[in-house]
Design a binder for this molecule. Structure first.
Ligand code: SAM
Ligand code: FES
Length: 384
C-alpha cells in the first residue's frame, strides 16, 4: 500500500473524519483495482495493484474490528425483520417491488399476522422488531400507531424500528409518540444528481433529506445508508455518502451491495461487490465507532460467507427474517434473495452458528446504540 493511503487510514482512525477529497482518494484506491490489475499494466502505471488494495482493506478491517471490539465486544445484535407490505406507490429504478413491476405478486400482512411474528420472534430471543414495507397508504398513521402501541404492550422490553419510507413530520411524530424507537431510511445517495438517476422525477432528494432531519429532531434513533455499486455511483458520490455520514452522525447505517432485479430498468446492471462493501463498512466503523452497522442480507446474497465477512470488517448487527414464509418470496427487492424459504427459527439459528464460527455471539438484547444521547448531541454540534 502506498504511504498516502496508509496515512489516510491512520488519520481516519485517530480523527474519525477525512475531507471529501481524502475520502475519494481512499475509495479510489479500492475501486481502481480491477482495471489496473491486468497484465497490460505498465511500469509508469501508478494505480494500486490488487494486492495493494487488499492490504488497505485488511488494515482498515483490522482497525475497524479493534474499534468495534472496544465498544461492543464480540456481541452481535439481532433484529427481527418483518416485511409488512410489498405494495408501494414509488417507482425506484432499482427496486424489485416498485410500482411498475406488474410481475410482483402483492401482499400486505394483517395486524394479527404482524403481532404473531413479534410473539414468535420474542420466543426466539429477539428484542428489536423492524417493521419494513413499501409506501403503502393502507398503513395509515392510525394503524401504525395502534400496531406499535400493541407491540410495546405485549413486549415492553423490546424496541420497535420502523422502515416505512417517506412520511410527513406529523406522521413521524405520531408514530414516535405511540412508542416507536428507531427509524431506518436510507438516504440512497448523498449526491442530488446521482439520486435523480436512481429515481423517477416524482421523487425528491430534498424530501428524503428533510425526512432524515425530521426523524432526528423528533428523537428517533435514526438509520441512513446506501447501496454499494448502484448504477452511476463513482468514488466521488461514495465520498459524498461518507461525508454525509460523518456530518449527520446516524445511530445506524445500512449499507449493502446493489443487486439487479430482472423486472426493473436496472436489470442488466452489474451488482456491487463484497470487497467494496466490506471496505466501506470498515471506513464507516472508523468514522463512528458506536454506530450500529448491519451485515446485510444483500451481502449474504452475493457471497455465501458475505455476512461473516461483513462482521469481520466491522459490522455488529444482523437482521434475520421474521416474515411469514408464505410472503417471503414476494418481498423480492433483488434477484436470488436468500432465506426466502426458511422458517424464522431456522434463520435465527443459522445466523447464530455463522457468528459462532467466526468467534462472535448473537445476544438477546435490545441493542441500543452505545452513548446514544451523546451521539445525538455530537450530530447536532457537527451540523451546526
Ligand atoms: N420503503 C422503505 C424505504 O424506502 O426506505 C423501505 C423499503 S426499501 C425496499 C429498503 C431498501 O432496500 C432501500 O432503501 C434500498 O436501499 C434497498 N434496495 C432496494 N432495491 C435494492 C436492490 N436492487 N439491491 C439492493 N438493495 C435494494
Ligand atoms: Fe418502494 Fe422499493 S420502490 S419499496
Amino acid at each position: 500500500m502506498d504511504e498516502r493511503t496508509a496515512a489516510l487510514i491512520e488519520k481516519l482512525e485517530t480523527r474519525h473524519f477525512l475531507t471529501l477529497a481524502e475520502y475519494e482518494s481512499l475509495i479510489g484506491y479500492m475501486i481502481e483495482k480491477p482495471a489496473s490489475d491486468r497484465a497490460k499494466r505498465t511500469s509508469e502505471d501508478e494505480s494500486p495493484t490488487g494486492h495493494q488494495a487488499d492490504e488497505a482493506a485488511a488494515l482498515l478491517a483490522e482497525k475497524a474490528s479493534a474499534v468495534r471490539q472496544r465498544v461492543y465486544g464480540r456481541d452481535v445484535y439481532i433484529r427481527g425483520l418483518i416485511e409488512i407490505s410489498n405494495i408501494c406507490k414509488n417507482d425506484c429504478y432499482y427496486c424489485g417491488i416498485r410500482r411498475s413491476n406488474h410481475f410482483c405478486e402483492r401482499y400486505r400482512l394483517s395486524e394479527q399476522e404482524i403481532l404473531e411474528c413479534c410473539a414468535q420472534g420474542y420466543e426466539l430471543g429477539f428484542r428489536t422488531f423492524v417493521l419494513q414495507g413499501g409506501e403503502d397508504a393502507h398503513f395509515s398513521d392510525e394503524l401504525v400507531c395502534r400496531l406499535v402501541g400493541q407491540i410495546k404492550r405485549n413486549h415492553p422490553d423490546c424496541a420497535v424500528t420502523l422502515s416505512l419510507g417517506e412520511r410527513s413530520r406529523e406522521s413521524y411524530q405520531r408514530m414516535f409518540d405511540a412508542g416507536a424507537d428507531r427509524y431506518l431510511l436510507r438516504h440512497e445517495t448523498a449526491d442530488k444528481a446521482h439520486y435523480e438517476k436512481l429515481h423517477p422525477p416524482q421523487m425528491s432528494f430534498d424530501n428524503r433529506m428533510r425526512c432524515l432531519r425530521d426523524l432526528r429532531e423528533i428523537g428517533y434513533q435514526v438509520g441512513c445508508g446506501f447501496m454499494v455499486g448502484s448504477p452511476y455511483q463513482t468514488a466521488r458520490t461514495l465520498a459524498e455518502d461518507l461525508k454525509f455520514i460523518d456530518e449527520f452522525h446516524p445511530d445506524m447505517c445500512g449499507i449493502g451491495p446493489f443487486i439487479p432485479h430482472q423486472a426493473t430498468p436496472f436489470a442488466k446492471e452489474p451488482a456491487g461487490t463484497v470487497e467494496l462493501t466490506c471496505y466501506l463498512l470498515s471506513i464507516i466503523r472508523l468514522i463512528h465507532p458506536n454506530v450500529l452497522l448491519p451485515s446485510t442480507t444483500a451481502l449474504g446474497t452475493i457471497d455465501p460467507q458475505g455476512r461473516e465477512k461483513g462482521i469481520l470488517a466491522g459490522a455488529n448487527v444482523v437482521m434475520p427474517n421474521l416474515s411469514p414464509i408464505s410472503v417471503r418470496k414476494k418481498y423480492e427487492l433483488y434477484d436470488n434473495k436468500i432465506c426466502t424459504g426458511d422458517e424464522s427459527a431456522q434463520c435465527r439459528h443459522c445466523l447464530e452458528q455463522r457468528m459462532e464460527s467466526i468467534g462472535y455471539h448473537v445476544v438477546t438484547d435490545r441493542g441500543d446504540v452505545r452513548g446514544w444521547e451523546d451521539s445525538k448531541q455530537v450530530g447536532y454540534e457537527r451540523n451546526a
